[in-house]
Design a protein around this ligand. Structure first.
Ligand SMILES: Cc1cc2nc3c(=O)[nH]c(=O)nc-3n(C[C@H](O)[C@H](O)[C@H](O)COP(=O)(O)OP(=O)(O)OC[C@H]3O[C@@H](n4cnc5c(N)ncnc54)[C@H](O)[C@@H]3O)c2cc1C
Length: 408
């Protein structure tokens, strides 16, 4: 009989197993992985560099990066947040470095460092890792002994179980839990880019603006940040943030919706209008195509002029009020119709999963089945890009590990 059986050899599964062993060295632990490979997402994450966390130490500010689960995580981050994560890796000889945008990577700049750390630690502390071993069913007797039925028709028994099998992105991902009364929030993709069929826009592929804004028509909030034009539509942090915060709403719309793009940073429309007219007045004799405006790339500027039906050879002084209005409109609210989504290859997650209402947040176990714990993306928790998804895996796994270790 195992003390702990962990379903899934990903970030959360390994982090939970190792931390249990660090506190309870005699614990008999097995990690069960259905594929041939362990830690596969860690390896490919962050473009092969593994964006381990984000340099946001403040628990409140950190929790604001989670469209689902932020409130739940806030108190957990007070005990095991970014500072503790950095320290944990440091204690295991992995230094993290911070990039300008706050993302933190191993100083070695390769995810291999994290994979190697987890695999060597697991081996050192004596954790069993069984690959090609899917869990197909779990049954529980008297709230104390779990039987895990495995894909090779074998079964094992354990006192505690940690569910760390990742995002529920397939219809049968959670079938192995059919014997339990667990609430699931609908799983939908998060962190995707927008497909837009507009040959003039698509021709600008590669162009980006630093301070754009994305608004979905009919939805209240808009999200700011860099926007990147791709050959299939729009991407970049502002688009990904929007896809994350509105993951459910956009799923309901079947990924067909209208969006309004601001290419510039402005606080009020009046301010934008004033700034635009000032620029035009400053160089009255200049042709529109020679203007250098709001740091916009020249090709994008010409596109905006064309969309506004303004002759690019026209002089600033000759612009009519209606043309200035149209120009401003296209600078701050250019409409596009989105006709689908593309998965963001650097980092994508599943929104939805095991409802947080079912989880005891001090322990990370199921309220109805206290010997069953949950960690990582399987929970209805997901963050925007930047290392936040791994951070929630570390934090939830750490809480599960501490609770289990205290009961062994
Ligand atoms: C390409 C890509 C890049 C990413 N980059 C980043 C990044 O840089 N920073 C960041 O914060 N986040 C990133 N993410 C998100 C992050 O990888 C995940 O949020 C995180 O890996 C979740 O960890 P997890 O352990 O919960 O799940 P997973 O890593 O998905 O691990 C779950 C494991 O369980 C196994 N499993 C599933 N069902 C069973 C079963 N029934 N029996 C046995 N095993 C099972 C799966 O095969 C898998 O190995 C990225 C995601 C992707 C796809």
């Amino acid at each position: 009989m195992f003390d702990v059986a962990i379903v899934g050899a990903g970030a959360a599964g390994y982090f939970a197993a190792i931390n249990i062993k660090l506190i309870a060295p005699d614990a008999k632990i097995v990690i069960l992985e259905k594929t041939t490979k362990t830690l596969s997402k860690v390896e490919v994450s962050g473009g092969g560099r593994c964006n381990v966390t984000h340099n946001e130490i403040d628990p409140t500010k950190l929790s604001e990066n989670y469209p689902r689960g932020g409130k739940f995580l806030k108190s957990l981050f007070r005990k095991f947040g970014v500072a503790e994560t950095i320290q944990w890796f440091k204690e295991h000889n992995v230094e993290l470095k911070t990039e300008d945008d706050g993302r933190m990577f191993p100083a070695s700049n390769t995810s291999e460092t994290i994979v190697h750390l987890f695999e060597s630690l697991a081996q050192k502390v004596g954790i069993e890792v069984w690959t090609k071993t899917g869990v197909v069913e779990i049954s529980l007797e008297n709230n104390e002994k779990h039987t895990l039925h495995l894909s090779d028709n074998e079964s094992i028994e354990s006192k505690f179980v940690v569910l760390a099998s990742g995002g529920l992105n397939k219809h049968d991902s959670a079938n192995y839990l059919k014997n339990f009364d667990i609430q699931f929030e609908k799983s939908v993709p998060s962190l995707f880019t927008f497909n837009i069929r507009n040959s003039e826009l698509n021709a600008l592929s590669g162009i980006s603006v630093k301070n754009g804004k994305v608004k979905i028509v009919g939805l209240k909030k808009s999200y700011s940040g860099p926007i990147l034009v791709t050959h299939w539509g729009l991407s970049g942090p502002a688009v990904l943030k929007t896809s994350s915060w509105f993951a459910s709403e956009l799923n309901e719309k079947g990924y067909h919706f209208d969006t309004l793009i601001s290419w510039i940073d402005y606080s009020t429309e009046e301010e934008g209008y004033q700034e635009l007219t000032e620029i035009l007045l400053e160089s009255p004799k200049k042709q529109m195509n020679n203007l250098y405006l709001f740091d916009l790339p020249q090709r994008l500027w010409l596109f905006i002029l064309a969309e506004s039906k303004i002759d690019e050879t026209k002089k600033c002084i000759d612009l009519k009020k209606a043309e200035i209005n149209k120009l401003l409109e296209n600078l701050i609210r250019m409409p596009f119709t989105v006709i689908g989504k593309t998965t963001f290859k650097e980092e994508f997650v599943t929104a939805g999963g095991i409802s947080l209402k079912d989880i005891d947040e001090n322990e990370m176990n199921l309220k109805k089945y206290p010997t069953i714990y949950v960690a990582g993306e399987m929970l209805n928790i997901d963050g925007v890009t930047g290392g936040f998804n791994f951070q929630s895996a570390w934090t939830t796994a750490w809480f599960a590990a501490n609770s289990i270790a205290s009961k062994l």
